[in-house]
Design a protein around this ligand. Sequence first.
Ligand SMILES: [Fe+2]
Ligand SMILES: [Fe+2]
Length: 172
Amino acid sequence: MDITQLILDDHAEQRRLFSILEQIDHTDVEALTQVWDRLSAFLDAHAEAEEQFFYPELLKLGEGANDAEDGTVEGETEDAIEDHNKLRDAVKAVAKYPVGTGAWIEAVGKANVVNSKHMGEEERQGLTDFRRHAPVQLRHDLAVRFAAFEAAHITGVKPVNKDPDAYIEEHG
Ligand SMILES: [Fe+2]
Ligand SMILES: [Fe+2]
């Protein structure tokens, strides 16, 4: 296994769930609620799993890839943590609106935009960087921990925003 592949697979699943939501009639509140509950729990658990198992190791081994902020692994990571905070806020904001209303659909769309922009960056920055510099055995070991964490938090995690500078200080 490879943690970079598990992350990529999760991203595909997130895109799939957003596209499912777009294809459910807005009056089918029950189905919208069920799919969004799954997607929102998944988005929060995925970000937390990356923060626990991926980014600390990236900070140790990475050098910054492609268009990484400041061309460094610290810039790359800081940007990712900021994006995770924005995503947690966007996910939380959806709950302010009645499911299936125009405002709800708009809020889900905003979460999709934040997540989509972040995934693209993460894939060509952090994941590229880690594939270039982390040994295969480490990628396997982290994949096991990442998969176990997500399995244990299938119904989500308590979303906690992180201070990017403090995070890099702690793990860098
Ligand atoms: Fe991700
Ligand atoms: Fe991420």
